[in-house]
Write a protein that binds this ligand. Sequence first.
Ligand code: HEC
Length: 200
Amino acid sequence: MRAHLRLLAILLFPLLSACGERSLPTPPQSSPSAPVAGASPTGLDTLTYFDTHCASCHGPYGDYYNRPFAAATDDDALARIVREMTAGPGQSPLEGEALAALTAFHRALAADEPFLVITSYASGTLRGEVSPGSSVFVLIDDAPVPATVDGHTWSLILCDQDDRSAWIVTAERAGKTTRITHDPGFSHPGPDPTMSHDGK
Ligand code: HEC
């Protein structure tokens, strides 16, 4: 117990000196994110969307998909299937970045890596989604600061002086690490599904 406390003190000390707020646990908020300074790159909470529109047939986070998933499906074909599924059985068509992020989630499944996305930055709190069972860290000035993970969402209170363009977020699960920056703000990006790739 005492060893735990000492470890905690060692872990917290540099955080306290860097930013007083940061050592406070981040309370998960159920209210939808208010006006967003650094808006969600996708305009959609990808995993929440999957849960609502896809999981009834494909299981929580795609657990019922065949494994290995999409082994023989290239990026374009996967983007096409996901797009058709959002418009068809999903009954909630997606376009643009929202579609790109949902497709990226499927690429993460194919790679068996944690999917990671930033969903909002409001009131000093950075929020996102992550494949459940992952730990999330935000690298600030090269120091990994642990985010609070609750189900498939994560959040971290940032200091005023933190440079938004310098955020690097990582997720770790079962020895696999995913790393993203604020641009594009989600992991496993691929070809833009709204663009034609053969020049036509
Ligand atoms: C009403 C049930 C249903 C819903 C809801 C549904 N799908 Fe499907 N999906 C299917 C069926 C049936 C197939 C075809 C299975 C097959 O042939 O392998 C399929 C196939 C797929 C595949 C290819 C699977 C593979 O193993 O290659 C993907 C990817 C997919 N769906 C994504 C989605 C996404 C994303 C959503 C939500 C927008 C969604 N689906 C919603 C029934 C559904």
